[in-house]
Design a protein. Structure first.
Length: 646
């Protein structure tokens, strides 16, 4: 059929039947306006006067705007187009009576008009659908470009490709380069709309022409297959039907497209399975496949090729992004190792603080009550984690001996005092023997010798005892714990004594610096050393400011900077208060204090059990130093149990 001719049943076409047949015109009688449809070929309506009532002007106009043409036959005595036909509705008017050739001429004119109208209409529809497809592709491109999570990205590619083509299923393969051996094709992801229950089992294929995906990856060209079970015998690939047999699925039409990166290298293969007439149709029974599945058209191939290009770029970008992240992660770990190696007793501290703070943040994110409205995005959690991992990095700027200082004196200083003590003791012994010998030489063993010796020995032993007491006092005072009552004064007393150095110059038992260290009231650090330790916060901040953080991570320096500040201003180094300390920092402070208390023994203090640590923190909360709501949440959510670094 080249042309369709609609007419009312009453119209007699016998006079032109042969001519119509010769021109391949197929007539069809219709009686209802609902049957007035434009066919796939140029379509005309031949309207006789008796049928005018059934097809009013608006019905005819609708027919004309959908590409049909109307030829009206005049009523007897009607020499011109009657007013009941508005302008533009009729393609031709044939008055009555008329000859068969006159009718045929009018019909040909009508078909020319119908063909022209259809062309315009088709072009317009084409333009509309191209615009829609372009818009769709742009939207998909944007969605793919902004997705950074690798697995979400793969899923998104399949979802969009299936939606764009009304495909029932899809699979994604990626080329996997190997250090040894040829590259493989890795089956990474799949979707099946009708059978979401089918599990995804990833696997690898050789990158060669034996499979469809391998063939497309090797040739770099799209491949359309109308029926996967009816492959031509001369193709190199075969299809593995075990999947279909196992799940009672029927792979019928297939579109397999290579995904190429910006260098035109095939990085993977996108496979779409069973294009459907209706995207939402489910393929369950064999008849569903027969009724719904259609072949992939050239236009669809072009569309999916465009999408595959975008997908390849996105996968490549996502891989680069992951590489950068891995690189940075490795750098952070190396940095953390560097700090913890300088002070082995804090080993694992940074990782534990990071994971406890993240655990607390996630609990706050979920919680209502005082935390209603406080949420943390995935990126914000990452920001908290990096701040936690690097919060003590500034310790690299603190001298190691200060960092690990366990006693009030450094070991070398104590050794010096011990050697000095040995020297004074030896001098005293020498003096004892010198006097003894002097007495004997002068007076001999007669007379008061025994009494002299007893007195000399007693005095000598008293001196030795006093010297040993001095060394013990130094040893006791050297401990970072508080000194016993009176020991302080006694130490100062002894320190002021003098001995003669080898040059005969009098020297004090303890130097000014030694006395200053040994009289530190609490802990092992003097004020200057304490400031040096505290400076690690500022070093951390300055170091973190050097890193060009991305927009999502730009608060890492600020979060870490405040980790020793307290709400009541009693912290350091800036002594800021409440509102000036971000919530991320407050959480980190809690985790930091908890870990410092409970982690393994440090040289300057012993680890305390969890309950005791929580009690100490509770005191800090009551004193106004720590955030009460966060401290409560820390306990309730058992954030302290989240100590596995992730
Ligand atoms: Fe710190
Ligand atoms: Fe810390």
């Amino acid at each position: 059929m080249r042309f369709a001719l609609l007419h009312s049943p009453s119209l007699d076409l016998r006079s032109v039947a042969a001519a119509l047949d010769a021109e391949d015109v197929t007539p069809r009688a219709i009686s209802r306006p609902g049957d007035l449809d434009v066919a796939d070929v140029p379509t005309a309506l031949l309207l006789d006067p008796d049928a005018r009532d059934r097809f009013p002007a608006e019905v005819l106009r609708r027919f004309a705007t959908s590409g049909g043409a109307v030829v009206a036959i005049g009523a007897a005595g009607e020499h011109d187009v009657p007013n009941s036909f508005p302008d533009g509705v009729l393609a031709a008017f044939v008055p009555r009576p008329h000859g068969p050739r006159q009718l045929l001429v009018a019909l040909r004119a009508a078909y020319r008009e119908a063909a022209a109208r259809s062309d315009v209409l088709r072009a317009r529809q084409e333009a509309v659908s191209r615009t829609r497809e372009l818009g769709e592709l742009t939207r998909i491109g944007m969605a793919l470009a902004t997705e950074r999570d690798y697995h979400t990205l793969l899923d998104l590619i399949l979802t969009q490709a299936r939606a764009l083509t009304a495909s029932d299923a899809g699979s994604l393969y990626l080329v996997e380069e190997r250090e040894e051996g040829p590259p493989l094709l890795h089956f990474k992801h799949a979707q099946n709309f009708s059978r979401p229950d089918i599990p995804i089992v990833t696997s690898t294929l050789p990158l060669d022409r034996t499979s469809i995906a391998g063939y497309v990856a090797t040739t770099g060209e799209p491949l359309v297959i109308d029926d996967a079970y009816e492959l031509s015998p001369d193709v190199e690939f075969s299809i593995n039907r075990s999947f279909d047999d196992k799940y009672r699925y029927r792979t019928q039409s297939l579109l397999t497209i290579p995904m190429k990166d910006h260098k035109e290298q095939v990085i993977g293969v996108l496979q779409l399975i069973n294009r459907k007439r209706h995207g939402e149709a489910k393929l369950v029974h064999p008849q569903d496949f027969d009724a719904e599945v259609i072949r992939y058209s050239q236009r669809v191939v072009e569309l999916v090729s465009a999408l595959a290009g975008q997908a390849a770029v996105s996968i490549e970008n996502s891989g680069l992004y992951e590489d950068i992240e891995r690189l940075f992660e490795g750098f952070v770990r190396a940095a953390v190792t560097a700090i913890e190696q300088r002070d082995p007793t804090t080993f694992g501290h940074s990782g534990r603080v990071a994971s406890m703070t993240v655990g607390l943040a996630e609990a706050v994110d979920r919680a209502g009550g005082p935390f209603r409205g406080i949420t943390f995005t995935k990126e914000e959690i990452r920001e908290i984690r990096y701040a936690g991992l690097l919060h003590d990095f500034g310790k690299v700027g603190v001298r190691e001996q200060v960092l690990v200082k366990a006693k009030k004196l450094y070991p070398a200083e104590l050794t010096l005092i011990e050697q000095r003590h040995a020297f004074i003791r030896r001098t005293a012994e020498r003096e004892f023997h010198r006097r003894h010998a002097g007495y004997l030489a002068e007076r001999g063993r007669d007379g008061g010798y025994e009494a002299f010796l007893t007195e000399l020995r007693d005095a000598h032993e008293r001196e030795l005892a006093q010297l040993d007491r001095f060394l013990r006092l130094v040893g006791d005072a050297n401990e970072p714990s508080l000194l016993a009552e009176g020991a302080f004064e006694e130490l100062l007393d002894v320190a002021a004594r003098t001995y003669e150095d080898p040059g005969g110059v009098p020297q004090p038992y303890l130097t000014g610096d030694e006395v200053r260290f040994l009289t530190i009231r609490k802990g092992s650090l003097d004020p200057a050393e304490r400031l040096e330790i505290e400076s690690h916060v500022t070093h951390t901040y300055k170091f973190l400011l050097q890193i060009p953080w991305t927009k999502e991570l730009q608060s890492v320096p600020v979060i870490a900077y405040g980790h020793h500040e307290k709400l009541d201003g009693s912290g350091y180094p800036r002594r800021v208060t409440g509102g000036q300390i971000p919530i991320q920092t407050r959480m980190m402070t809690i985790a930091d204090i908890f870990d410092a208390l409970t982690a393994s023994d440090r040289p300057y203090k012993r680890a305390v059990p969890r309950e005791r640590a929580l009690a100490i923190m509770e005191e800090e909360v009551e004193g106004g130093a720590l955030d009460p709501d966060l401290a409560k949440m820390f306990v309730e959510a058992k954030a302290f149990e989240v100590t596995e670094e992730r």
